[in-house]
Ligand binder design. Sequence first.
Ligand SMILES: Nc1ncnc2c1ncn2[C@@H]1O[C@H](COP(=O)(O)OP(=O)(O)O)[C@@H](O)[C@H]1O
Ligand SMILES: O=P(O)(O)OC[C@H]1O[C@](O)(COP(=O)(O)O)[C@@H](O)[C@@H]1O
Ligand SMILES: [Mg+2]
Length: 364
Amino acid sequence: MTKAIRRIGLLTGGGDAPGLNAVIRAVVKTAVRQYGLTVIGFQNGFGGLIKNQAREMGENDVAGILPRGGTILGTTNRDNPFHYPVLKGGEMAFVDVSDRVFENISIHEVDALIVIGGDGSLSIARELHEKGLNVVGVPKTIDNDLSATDQTFGFDTALTTATEALDKLHTTAESHHRVMVLEVMGRYAGWIALAAGIAGGADVILIPEIPFDINKVIEKVNQRSASNKKFSIIVVAEGAKPQDGDVVVQRMVEGSFEPVRLGGIGNVVAKQIEDLTDKESRVTVLGHLQRGGSPTAFDRILATRYGVAAVNLIMDGKYGHMVSLQGIDITSVPLGNAVGELRKVPLDNHLVLTARQLGISFGV
Ligand SMILES: Nc1ncnc2c1ncn2[C@@H]1O[C@H](COP(=O)(O)OP(=O)(O)O)[C@@H](O)[C@H]1O
Ligand SMILES: O=P(O)(O)OC[C@H]1O[C@](O)(COP(=O)(O)O)[C@@H](O)[C@@H]1O
Ligand SMILES: [Mg+2]
């Protein structure tokens, strides 16, 4: 007979996304009210599970956090228990410390763990499940590039922030007859740029999935000038690249599984526009503003539904699964599916087709 569930663990991993607190709140409320469980929150992603930084969480601890951005548990994009940095003879080495995770799980008598994270955190969750831990996953990323769910929470808020930025850039672009470039997040997938570009009325959208030709971008700007539209708005994903070049790397983050941080393509595009046209151009890099602030109503609802469903998955004994949005239903998929291929923008996606019909240029 399977052991009765009395205590569950919870952590948030990877880059934060608006809505994490809404998931935490829903997990605690459902666990406590519906099933009479005790919830242990591990702090700072897998770091807390490795270093035994944990605390019990009751309904009072989650009061008032629904509209708050960030995560009250803290997070990190380091601290992989299967690839953990330690100093050995003055040199940094990466070792497997996953046994510590099992020790701490046992210290807190946790029967099952909920991991809220992106492809990285969910990959670790899958490995821990393969090693015998009762784990379920909740998908998060503002990039919306997890293929096993129709949408991740955080994306709608990031999209709203990017759209508001485009609205503001429009008024100043119009006054100064300038070309305004907005660089948004999205290292492998251009969902934020694409959706915000349509919602914010951009003239050019540059995404990682469609390498661009700067001459085509300039052609669009010049066409607009010729038709008496003296300004243009360009939205570019940080992972966009020219057909004859590569992505622009901003920095390397030591100790990170994926150390490359992108950024700077907006400046490259703006400089080329100034060099090759008679227009002035300015760049805005939206950066982490997209990851901060209060989640939209859509993200609060999605995150809440995910949190409730994750506790139900545990009670159903569906370990090694992740909650997933399929159409309007919350279902579950194996963690293996969740961390397979990233969901990039297909070239025949309805948003791409809509943009093309509106005359928005993808720089090709
Ligand atoms: N493909 C992968 N397989 C295993 N671990 C990974 C992988 N990618 C990232 N990680 C680890 O997962 C953690 C979180 O990854 P990160 O990409 O920052 O967040 P997210 O969970 O949002 O994808 C980091 O500790 C990183 O070392
Ligand atoms: O937190 P950092 O190191 O600045 O990372 C920035 C990256 O994180 C993201 O915001 C989200 O990525 P994850 O979903 O993998 O956490 C990317 O869009 C961006 O490239
Ligand atoms: Mg990741």
